[in-house]
Design a protein around this ligand. Structure first.
Ligand code: PEP
Length: 250
């Protein structure tokens, strides 16, 4: 089955009401008037904007997601947001295991897996992030680390309909550095092999690349066989840049 490309924007902790709604509306309008395009477009605003942005996106093909969720459905977890709450606000996807969560909040593979399970429980597509640090790559351990993350972070029942993997080398996130096309091709093929025997129909699971994707490098990256789209941080905050990245998948 051909995998349709997914261009996902991670706004991180950016977006007050005015700028967030303007950005979301611009993208929803462009997508609605573009006719059939060869890609899916997803934006993941901060939790405070999910309901508003989902309302703006209604009636257009623009997809909306959260950036993280708690593993539990509800309870005494001050400040956390459950997958059910995101779904209730209109999200259809949620990012789990982003390296900023793995680092800043010490999230282990087991925690990420529980969050992905929660996403599935709530009917959300989990975007499970994996990726090695600079030190791990320099030590020749990139494939080993990513294999461990894939094996440890994917829950039972993960398949191409409910789960997307995002390969994001930590050293490339927000740094302007990108992995070479050869490294990306090699890692995505490695991840695809790791999925064999772990998930049903590994050929159907989308594997996104993330790490300083911008209009100038997106064409080369999106042309790589096993790259099924992009997870974009900084460039997703500028409508023209995010749109230009998506256009490379047309
Ligand atoms: C990200 O946050 O997932 C990301 C890839 O950020 P950037 O595109 O800014 O490197």
């Amino acid at each position: 089955m051909a995998r349709r490309k997914l261009i996902a924007g991670n706004w991180k902790m950016n977006g007050l009401f005015g700028e967030g709604t303007t950005l979301a509306k611009t993208l929803a309008d462009r997508l609605a008037s573009a006719g059939p395009v060869g890609f899916d477009m997803l934006i993941c605003p901060p939790a405070t904007l999910v309901r508003t942005v989902a309302g703006l996106a209604a009636g257009s093909p623009l997809l909306v997601g959260g950036q993280d969720c708690h593993a539990k459905e509800k309870g005494a977890h001050t400040g956390d947001v459950s997958a059910e709450m995101l779904a209730d606000a209109g999200a259809g996807h949620v990012i789990v295991g982003h390296s900023e969560r793995r680092q800043d909040h010490r999230e282990s593979d087991a925690v990420v897996r529980a969050k992905a399970e929660a996403a599935h429980r709530a009917g959300l597509v989990a975007i499970v992030c994996v990726g090695e640090t600079r030190e791990e790559r320099d030590a020749g351990r990139a494939e080993e680390i990513v294999a461990r993350q894939v094996g440890g972070s994917l829950p039972e029942g993960a398949d191409g309909a409910n789960t997307v993997i995002a390969y994001e080398p930590v050293w490339a996130i927000g740094t302007g550095l990108t992995a070479t096309a050869a490294d990306v091709a090699g890692m995505h093929a490695h991840i695809r092999r790791e999925l064999e025997g772990k998930v049903a129909s590994p050929g159907e699971m989308r594997i996104l690349y993330g790490g300083s994707v911008k209009p100038s490098n997106a064409g080369e990256l999106m042309a790589i066989g096993d790259v099924d789209g992009a997870l974009v941080g900084g460039a997703s905050l500028v409508a023209d840049d995010f749109w230009a990245i998506a256009e490379t998948c047309r």
